[in-house]
Design a protein. Structure first.
Length: 1070
């Protein structure tokens, strides 16, 4: 390949250069040529004088091989100096940053007391060491013990363990070293400063909405108690009274916090005012009322994170104390971890980077030696560098006094933020070199990889996606000229409707692959040729839907392989079984038990786990045994432990799978198959003849799976490659399918602590009054910044995916559809595609869309029925019960305060205890009995409830694993729905959450509640409707009585309760 003028400019070895190399612009070629230019132009420089750092082992090997081939050719042709260069190349530093640091420590570490024969810990060893140390901290008193006890009281032991391990593993993201005063000082300053800034912002914003509050405070309420606008303003009475009475701004903000349940949805968004109030009731005030409520709702949504702390400033003080407790315990853990690594003469990957930086910063002799050695530094993939790695290069470069610096990368391809990569470093370093007297910035702006059509598409959609939102994580889009001419294609597959989207999408992808084999041409050096299976890669954002795509390929007899997947032993089902085995071997392993309880065996929620963790006991296992609500699960696990001592491992797992019904709840055919494969694997005595041996064998395979990866259905080389977008970075194929664009990573529960790379640690705080964990202002600020960073990185991941294709690009994803037939809001990268193309349903119907100077083909994939297309809509869009003239069913209840802070969610047993009511002896919720193929009672109730909420019965029974019960479940639901319609005139609000006080024995208990249906008649009287499919118990009656007492003072009228149950002939669980 002849070098372009920009590429030639990159070979100026007398200058410090920052090279922005867009996708397919010949970056590796330039890097190799730069290396060779140094050797050609400077006779006193040998390979050992050049430090070349790459991001991956594969890249370093490829670079070394290409340089070796060139040097070998020069040695054969010219001899002389090139023979010496060839010999010296064997010891050249062409390595990853970790490889360089390891070599530096082994060769120079003795001067700092480091044994050069140190070992490097793997993930399993790190986890084991940290677990042992943390368990020791729980049982052995130390200076950190008071802080640790306070954290356990507030968070629970399993949360503390999870928090500490994550902070140790992510310590590279911290702005200061653990143990340094800087970390504590920075984190406390961040905590205080964020609170001050948010408080100031809220006070300033309050000035903006005061005219709206003042208008509402003097607005006369119409005489229509059932009007939603009237009810909402009654809910704001405390706020409006504070305004009328001229209270301080802080008091008004406190009142707004108390009224937030009337202004916000459950997710914290401003409540819609579209249907607020009746215009005939409100007359001329209607529009003004709605506009003012909307303004106030937006304000409360935007400033909600500071409002809880205004009326309770001690919460901020408590949060700061717990923040200091976290850092105290973290320092103790870090110190013990360091001592244990020293004892083992080992270190982890993070230690290698940190120690190399410390050696260069603290030992002047080592630094001077390195600076004398290296005359040139070449940094590949600089966009993926983290601050410590840049610090190493910065120390060696010495501002250009010691050597020449060459860094190459593409900020548009920075996609490893989760590994601490900071895209800002590339932009800052480029700016620094641009201002250096011997520095320069070069942009490689010609793409040699992709066909004209693909580059025209990329250049057409990404300017509207990248760099448009100016923030500290955004990068500008530099368009690339296409070196190649026409001959390629871009196809967009729009899968209409999100239900079964992977199945329909997979079938269409298989059809297009077979079409490619028949019709598409790809370009080789010798010209166009027919496409082969090995020309094709299927990229996905996440592994969600992998099994459906694999099924589609298998059904179409398309050979494929899963690239670098870790194979069967990285499947989630295998990890779930490993955690189960960990618990069976060691009942004191809280992490394993928590995983088992939350996993598919029992599917407990985070609230359930918190309830267990608050019980008496030193371990989670003891706490579970003392929590009456989950005694059935404890007893079942005890039986599993017992049989694990006297049965073969395969029989143990088979019994557990049967007793818990995990086969029926596993999500999809692949998961079902994988559970059976686990049983087959455990039946082989070579894998262990006891549960403990089996656990050890499985743990090794999960940590280091067989290199052959997934079991192959086809063994020939001509296969389609299936992989994630991240795994495809640096690779290319003639034909690329990007499937599942709507998929996003799994949204886990937000952590207790969060790291700000610039400011330190921020954390949630326990509000002891409510039992809720509140985001502190610092936490909120760090979380928003993390979300912004993730959103910008998502754009770059999409760019990387699109630029992997050489000849043909296919982009595919689901577009949700509402029941009215209009498109919904696409998710993930599908939204980026739709926004970038300005894609509409009309375009999909037309089948084509012009982007720049090319035309994108659009393939529309519809479902077999309306039900298959319509997405699972938001709760307020469901219509489970038909509205009749007598009863109008609605979703948005402004009658009583909704979910709020300061209130606990009690169980029926706890309510019974408060009221002094005796309860039934057989009240525990137990899993399905072994050998019973029908649903457990609680499953039956959940299925009926979901159908009554508006979810199609076919979907509900399929998800629960009982497709044959569609008829009986439908009959039960219909019967109960008819009973509801007969309740009389009024307005019904479904799934109503509320907060109130239950008075008993002279005490007020702040509690949360939720009723299935709340019916309010024209006179303001309320009827609580409870759906019940099973046996009516005394604790359920007590709970209804409590709800009546709690709602009466809130609703303004009389409150009654009733139970709606299906007829006896529909009782399918007998």
């Amino acid at each position: 390949m002849t070098l372009t003028s920009r590429q030639l400019e990159s070979l100026d070895t007398g200058m410090n250069l920052s090279v922005t190399a867009g996708a397919g612009s010949g970056k590796t070629k330039v890097l190799v040529e730069r290396y060779l230019s140094i050797l050609r132009g400077e006779e006193d420089v040998l390979p050992s004088n050049i430090l070349a750092l790459t991001f991956t082992e594969k890249a370093s090997l490829e670079m070394r091989e290409r340089i070796m081939r060139e040097v070998q050719a020069l040695s054969d042709e010219e001899g002389g100096r090139w023979i010496r260069v060839r010999e010296d190349l064997e010891a050249a530093d062409i390595a990853t940053i970790h490889g360089f640091c390891t070599g530096l420590i082994r060769t120079e570490g003795l001067s700092m007391g480091i044994d050069p024969d140190f070992g490097v810990l793997n993930e399993t060893e790190i986890t084991s060491i940290l677990s042992d140390i943390i368990n020791g901290m729980f049982t052995t008193p130390g200076p950190e013990s008071p802080a640790l006890r306070r954290l356990i009281v507030d968070l629970g032991q399993w949360r503390v363990v999870k928090l500490l391990k994550s902070l140790i593993r992510d310590r590279a993201k911290l702005p200061h070293d653990i143990g340094s005063s800087g970390l504590k000082e920075a984190s406390v300053l961040f905590h205080r400063k964020a609170a001050e800034e948010m408080m100031s912002s809220a006070l300033e914003g309050l000035d903006g909405i005061m005219p709206h509050l003042e208008r509402l405070s003097v607005m006369g309420l119409p005489h229509a108690e059932s009007d939603s606008g009237v009810k909402l303003l009654r809910g704001l009475s405390g706020v409006l009274s504070a305004v009328r009475e001229g209270r301080t701004r802080r008091e008004i903000l406190e009142a707004l916090h108390g009224a937030r349940s009337f202004l916000l949805t459950r997710s914290g968004s401003p409540r819609s005012v579209n249907s607020l109030g009746n215009s005939r009731v409100w007359g001329a005030d209607h529009r003004e009322m709605k506009d003012s409520v909307k303004a106030v709702s937006i304000f409360v949504s935007e400033h909600g994170s500071i409002l809880p702390f205004i009326g309770n400033p001690s919460l901020l003080e408590r949060a700061e104390r717990r923040l200091l407790d976290v850092i105290t315990v973290l320092e103790a853990l870090h110190s013990r971890y360091a001592r244990e690594k020293n004892r083992l003469n080992s270190m982890d990957f993070d230690d290698q980077i940190s120690l190399a930086v410390r050696m260069l910063e603290e030992d002047g002799g080592i630094l001077r030696k390195m600076r004398r050695r290296y005359t040139h530094i070449l940094l590949d993939e600089f966009q993926d560098t983290d601050p410590r790695q840049w610090r190493i290069a910065e120390l060696l470069w010495n501002g250009g006094e010691s050597c020449r610096l060459f860094m190459v990368g593409d900020p548009k391809q920075s996609i490893y933020g989760f590994r601490s990569a900071d895209v800002r470093l590339f932009l800052e370093a480029s700016s620094m070199l641009e201002g250096h007297e011997e520095g320069k910035v070069v942009v490689l702006d010609r793409n040699f990889r992709s066909a004209f059509e693909i580059m025209e598409f990329v250049n057409g959609i990404f300017p509207g996606l990248m760099g448009t939102d100016r923030n500290r994580w955004s990068v500008p889009f530099d368009p690339l000229d296409a070196h190649r001419g026409p001959g390629g294609s871009v196809t967009v597959v729009s899968v209409i409707g999100s239900r079964r989207s992977e199945e329909r999408e997979g079938r269409k992808a298989a059809d297009l692959i077979m079409r490619a084999m028949r019709e598409w041409k790809v370009m080789d050096e010798d010209g166009p040729r027919d496409a082969r299976f090995s020309d094709i890669a299927i990229l996905v954002p996440t592994r969600t839907g992998f099994d459906r795509y694999e099924d589609a390929l298998r059904n179409a007899s398309i050979p494929y392989r899963v690239y670098n997947s870790g194979g069967f032993f990285r499947r989630q089902e295998v990890k779930d079984v490993l955690e189960l085995l960990n618990f069976l071997v060691d009942q004191n392993d809280d992490i394993a038990l928590a995983s088992v309880l939350k996993g598919p065996f029992f599917s407990l929620s985070d609230e359930d786990l918190m309830s267990v963790s608050l019980s008496d006991g030193s371990t989670l296992w003891e706490k579970l045994g003392r929590n009456e609500a989950f005694r059935g699960i404890h007893d079942l696990l005890e039986r599993f432990i017992d049989i694990s001592f006297r049965s073969e491992p395969a029989m143990v797992l088979a019994e557990i799978f049967s007793a818990t019904g995990v086969h029926a709840t596993a999500g999809g055919r692949r998961q079902y198959r994988n559970l059976d494969r686990i049983l087959e694997w455990t039946a082989d005595p070579r894998n262990g003849t006891s549960v403990a041996e089996l656990r050890d064998s499985l743990a090794r395979l999960v940590e280091d799976p067989p290199k052959e990866g997934e079991p192959q259905f086809f063994v020939e080389d001509e296969v389609v490659t299936l992989l994630t977008i991240h795994a495809a970075k640096g690779l290319e194929w003639p034909i690329v399918f990007i499937l599942g664009l709507e998929h996003e990573g799994r949204k886990n529960e937000s952590p207790t602590c969060i790291i700000s790379q610039d400011d330190g640690i921020a954390m949630k705080v326990l509000d002891t009054g409510s039992g809720d964990y509140l985001r502190t202002p610092a936490y909120e600020k760090a979380a928003r910044d993390a979300e912004l960073k993730e959103a910008e990185e998502k754009k770059r991941v999409f760019y990387v995916a699109c630029t992997r294709a050489r000849d043909h690009l296919v982009l595919s994803g689901a577009i949700p559809v509402r029941r009215n037939g209009m498109e919904g809001e696409p998710k993930g990268m599908m939204k980026l595609l739709v926004d970038g193309m300005d894609l509409s349903f009309h375009d999909m119907e037309e089948g084509q869309k012009e982007i720049g100077r090319m035309v994108v083909d659009i393939v529309r994939v519809s479902g077999d029925s309306v039900e298959e297309l319509v997405e699972e809509e938001e709760e307020e869009d469901r219509e489970p019960l038909s509205t009749t003239p007598e009863l109008s069913i609605q979703t948005d209840c402004g009658v009583i305060p909704a979910k709020g802070r300061g209130f606990l969610s009690p169980t029926g047993e706890e309510v019974s205890e408060i009221l002094g009511v005796a309860i039934d002896d057989d009240r525990t919720r137990t899993p399905r009995a072994a050998g019973n193929d029908g649903p457990a009672p609680f499953e039956l109730g959940e299925m009926v409830h979901r159908v009554l909420e508006g979810i199609p019965v076919e979907r509900v029974v399929r998800e629960y694993g009982y497709p044959d019960l569609a008829g009986p479940i439908s009959m039960m639901s219909s019967d109960m729905a008819e009973q509801v319609k007969a309740l009389g005139p009024g307005v019904g609000f479904r799934e109503v959450e509320f907060v109130g006080y239950l008075e008993s024995g002279g005490e007020k208990h702040p509690l949360k509640g939720r009723v299935d249906l709340l019916v309010i008649d024209d006179e303001g009287n309320a009827l609580i409707v409870d759906y019940k499919t099973g046996k009516r118990r005394k604790e359920h009656e007590a709970q209804l009585e409590a709800y009546v007492r709690m709602i009466e003072p809130l609703a303004g009228g009389s409150v009654r309760s009733t139970v709606v149950s299906p007829g006896d002939d529909n009782n399918v669980h007998e």
